[in-house]
Design a protein around this ligand. Structure first.
Ligand SMILES: [Zn+2]
Length: 332
């Protein structure tokens, strides 16, 4: 009893410190290992792709030529066929980077615009037509964050179909002033259009997409949350808007990432989110899942429905890997 009462105030102090500073023990090799172990446990066998985040991230960005070569190699992978994940959700992305089309009763909301005009033409335009969707019905393009693999095809879509382009204020500013990343392989950033704030909603016909600001990958990353349908069932879906730690040694940014994943865990729990998507197919197993649905349309259970418990574990993997990386940088 005596012991317990002497521990409790400490636990309380830790909880208060958690709000202010993450309640981190001083960073050490053992805190790094503990965070990696927590992430590994949360990943289980089903969420292994997210564990790549726990690999040590470089303290500096790669030189331009190296970055160009890396992006070119990723872009040169042959694109997968377009696919349908749910009754109202379609994949029109590349092998490396995703573009998701939400079909509503009054047009299409596209999430991300791929690397450049050529990809937007072949994969978004071409892919939608093959799926029986009309790209002229794209009313909104939500750009999850201000890196060119997500906005590069936006200008082309604007010229052709005049959709509204949606980005956070912070990332509009970033694309207008100082791009964090650039490569000649990407299309130029689109002209400023709609700037959204945390919690803003976009409603088109029967569908509402809620946009959460989840700073970390960029300081204005947007994570959309919306409903998908499969037969007579509806599933709440969270599309994590920016995953990798490719910003170099930036501890405040990792702190933002940690807070964002924590906060979205609460949202995912409250809203009973059962589907966790990404804007890079390597993180959410989108391609094998789409292939399974292609082989067997209407497959039940839908392979994208991983359940709330797994969604929360996914956010824990990201959170713990960010903590591990923060501690690594702190020790450098
Ligand atoms: Zn990015």
């Amino acid at each position: 009893m005596t012991n317990r009462s002497s521990i409790r105030p400490l636990a309380g102090a830790c909880a208060l410190a958690a709000i202010l500073s993450g309640c981190a023990q001083p960073a050490s090799q053992s805190t790094v290992s503990a965070h990696v172990a927590a992430a590994t446990q949360a990943a289980g066998t089903d969420l292994q792709p997210l564990l790549v985040l726990c690999k040590p991230a470089p303290a500096t960005r790669p030189p331009q030529a190296e970055s160009d070569r890396g992006i070119a190699a990723l872009m040169n992978k042959p694109p997968p066929p377009q696919g349908q994940a749910f009754d109202n959700l379609y994949y029109v992305g590349a092998d490396w980077v995703s573009a998701w089309a939400i079909k509503t009763s009054d047009g299409i909301i596209l999430i991300d615009a791929l690397n450049n005009e050529a990809e937007a033409t072949a994969l978004i335009d071409g892919g939608m037509r093959k799926l029986g969707l009309d790209p002229a019905q794209i009313k909104y393009v939500i750009v999850t964050h201000g890196h060119g693999d997500h906005y590069g095809g936006a200008k082309y879509l604007v010229q052709k179909y005049r959709p509204r382009i949606v980005m956070s204020e912070v990332d509009w500013k970033m694309t207008e002033t100082q791009l964090e990343f650039t490569t000649p392989l990407w299309g130029a950033p689109p002209q400023r259009d709609m700037a959204v704030k945390d919690g803003d909603r976009i409603t088109l016909g029967d569908t509402t997409v809620t946009l959460y600001l989840t700073p970390g990958h960029t300081m204005g990353t947007i994570t959309p949350v919306f409903d998908v349908k499969s037969g007579n069932r509806t599933y709440r879906t969270l599309l994590w808007g920016g995953t990798a730690f490719n910003f170099g040694k930036d501890i405040p940014r990792l702190d933002s990432y940690i807070q964002s994943t924590q906060r979205m865990s609460t949202v995912a729990k409250e809203q009973k989110v059962d589907v966790l998507l990404s804007n890079h197919a390597g993180y959410d197993n989108a391609l094998p899942r789409l292939e399974a649905l292609r082989q067997q349309p209407g497959l039940q259970p839908n392979p994208f429905v991983i359940g709330n418990e797994a969604v929360l574990r996914g956010l824990t993997v990201m959170n713990e890997c960010a903590r591990a990386q923060r501690d690594r940088f702190t020790l450098q």
